[in-house]
Design a protein around this ligand. Structure first.
Ligand SMILES: Cc1ncc(C[n+]2csc(CCOP(=O)(O)OP(=O)(O)O)c2C)c(N)n1
Ligand SMILES: [Mg+2]
Length: 210
């Protein structure tokens, strides 16, 4: 995410689905202004709305690069609007946090002993899906693979790029219910401050030129 923050155009606006990944964009991305991010998954408590919302954001802010953030679960639910985004956006990138699972369920409920089988998703290839619909795309398995995103930005960041971010299910976000419960049992002021920073809307004014 730090590397993507460096790579992506400074004039950016984020539309985020809900899921275990929910804290990453607002933690790591510098944003031009307080209205540069919409956490639609949080607002509606429903997954699957990230991609449709990105279509609206792209229509409203055609001069900016839209950063759509979704999981593989929510991304598959909103898949028809990946097509809408690719057909209509001037500049968009779809960050798919692909852990082949409903990760939030695993970390909240699977970790308490519930059967995780129903929380798994067969690995979907969002790079292929994006390509089939007319986007540029790449499977990203390590930071070095982000060179494909750099190349898209170097070409003017036009149209839509779909980086299929193959992530580990083992990494538990500090914003997750499980880790915040653990912290509340063993208070750690430093971690609490970090959680507060990442779980609130931290769309900070930054020195990024608009
Ligand atoms: C319509 C709907 N169904 C189910 C849920 C419960 N739910 C919240 S997060 C989540 C998992 C989302 O999976 P994914 O999009 O892959 O993101 P991940 O948690 O794996 O990062 C689910 C099923 C919900 N909020 N809305
Ligand atoms: Mg997932």
């Amino acid at each position: 995410m730090r590397r993507l923050n460096e790579i992506l155009p400074a004039d950016r606006v984020v539309a985020s689905d809900g899921g275990h990944f929910i804290g990453w964009a607002n933690t790591y991305f510098e944003l031009p202004c307080c209205d540069s991010i919409t956490l639609v998954g949080t607002a509606f408590q429903s997954i699957g709305l990230g991609l449709p919302s990105a279509v609206g954001v792209a229509a409203a802010r055609p001069e900016a690069t839209v950063i759509a953030v979704t999981g593989d679960g929510g991304g598959l639910m909103g898949l028809p609007d990946l097509d809408s985004l690719i057909r209509t956006a001037t500049s968009a990138i779809v960050l798919v946090f692909n852990d082949a699972a409903y990760g939030a369920e695993i970390h909240q409920y699977g970790s308490q002993g519930l059967d995780q089988q129903v929380m798994m998703i067969e690995q979907a290839d969002f790079a292929l899906l994006g390509q089939a619909l007319g986007a540029r795309s790449a499977v990203i398995e390590s930071p070095g693979d982000l060179a494909a995103v750099e190349a898209w930005v170097a070409d003017g960041a036009r149209g839509t790029f779909v980086p299929d971010l193959r992530i580990s299910r083992e990494v538990v976000a500090p914003t997750s219910w499980k880790s915040s419960r653990r912290r509340s049992r063993r208070p750690d002021p430093g971690a609490r401050a970090a959680q507060g920073r990442s779980s609130t809307l931290t769309a900070r004014r930054s020195s990024i030129a608009r």
